[in-house]
Structures are given as C-alpha cells and as structure tokens.
Design a protein. Sequence first.
Length: 284
Amino acid sequence: MAEIKLSSLLELEKIEASLFRGQSWDLGFAALFGGQVLGQALAAAYQTVEPGRIAHSFHTYFLLPGDAKKPVVYEVESVRDGRSFSARRVKAVQDGRNIFYMTASFQTSEEGMSHQFAQMPDVPPPEDVQSDITFYEDNYEKIARPMREALSYHRPVDIRTINAAQSFRARPSEPTRKIWLRAREALGDNLSLHQATLAYASDYHFLSTSLQPHGISLTDKNLRIATIDHAMWFHREVNFNDWLLYVMDSPFSGNARGIVKGQIFNQAGDLVASTMQEGLMRKV
C-alpha cells in the first residue's frame, strides 16, 4: 500500500472563490475524526487571506457528527481585513447540513512584549517511547475491528504516548496525559501546512483524558462521547517535522461534559501552542 500522507488530506479542491472541498479519511471511529475538519477548515481559511498573515487562533463548534465516507465542503466568509488582523468564518457542510463552524484570526508578524509562564515537564525523550502504532499492533486483537482496519490512516502522525499502557487502561487514574508527536512526512517550509497538520493532530487522545478519573474505556458500549467545541492558539512558529510534546489535563467534568486543556512545547521547552476542548461524556 502506498504511503498515506497527511498533506494530501489538506489539499483542498477549489470549487469557487471561497468554496472548497476536502476528502475524508475513515479512522475507525464512530464518526468523522474531528481533527480532519479542524485541519481542513484552517487550510480553507488560509486560502482566502493575503500572504504574510499567520493564523494565531481559531475557535470552533462541532454541530453534527460527520460521515467519514463522504467529502466535506468548506464555505469561507471574509469577516474582516484590517491593517494587522484578518478574521474568517468557515462553515463545514455535508449532505446540505452544517456540521461545524470555525472562526479563525490571522495577524501580520510584529515585535511585542513577550513572556512564558509555562514549564515543559520532565519526560522521557521520544526515542525512548514506543510509538502508539506499535502499541496497537502489539495489542491488535484487543482493539475494535474498525480501528484495526483503519490503522494505516493513523500512521501519518507519529504519536508516542508516555505510559501508554496506563493511559489506555480502563482504570481510574489522574486526568493527565503526555504525548510526543510529529508528522512522518517532510512538510517543507510552508507554515500554514505545519499549523493545519498540528491542528489535525491536536484532537488525538484529547477528550478521552477526561475519562481517566472515571475508569471508563472509549470502547465502552454504554459510552457516548463527542467533541462540542475546540479552540487553539498558536504562540510561535510551528515545525511539525520536529518532535513536539503535547501536555494535557482535564480540570473538570460534570453535567455530562468534560473539559480538557493542552499545552504544546517544542524540544527546547518553548510553548508553541495551547488548546482547549469541551465534549459530551454520557453513559446510557
């Protein structure tokens, strides 16, 4: 089988000036992977802003489950173009229904006050951590059949979960998770592609962190879990060909919802991005 490249998923077909179509990958989940629409919507928005304006944040809502067997159409609205900032609103559509909204903001690069009050935790280097793909292959018979059939679509991002056996075990534990991640393919020097691929990967293992204190597995047949909203801020330039450490924790769950926050560091300890997500967590 030919190598599956994440960049190909983010190569959108331009239908009209502000209308784009993206193909879908079936990752073996119950619905379309949320990271796909995050990455594709950001890629669509980028095609409508002038060169030199870089995404610094986006805020999204997931309205309906997407179908992983069908393409997604993205309609981009130009909300504002100022001297320093541009704002775009992106609507994702399948079968004539709005499944997702994103508002993204772009800025020209400029000097300003700078500080970092976030410390990268001390963790084993990525070379000493087993790849999640290898972990899944070693536990092939224990994972759901749809996931087995979709493993090749999980390869484009090399994800290495620290203490993976503990993180994926359905036993009560602290709501924290740390993963190393990077793209397997060479992404070149296009910053927008690095940001879109990181946006895609930012949804991996995220909301499930909020399940850990409850000792509930994602494969529990009585569990209903879905992303409600997802936000991301880019603080520094991103190089997704280098290892990044994604540090997650869930400060609260209740009322059938869980919230998770994330910090993404490069190997030098620089905070390059932050994330927040809230999702449905319901036992039926």
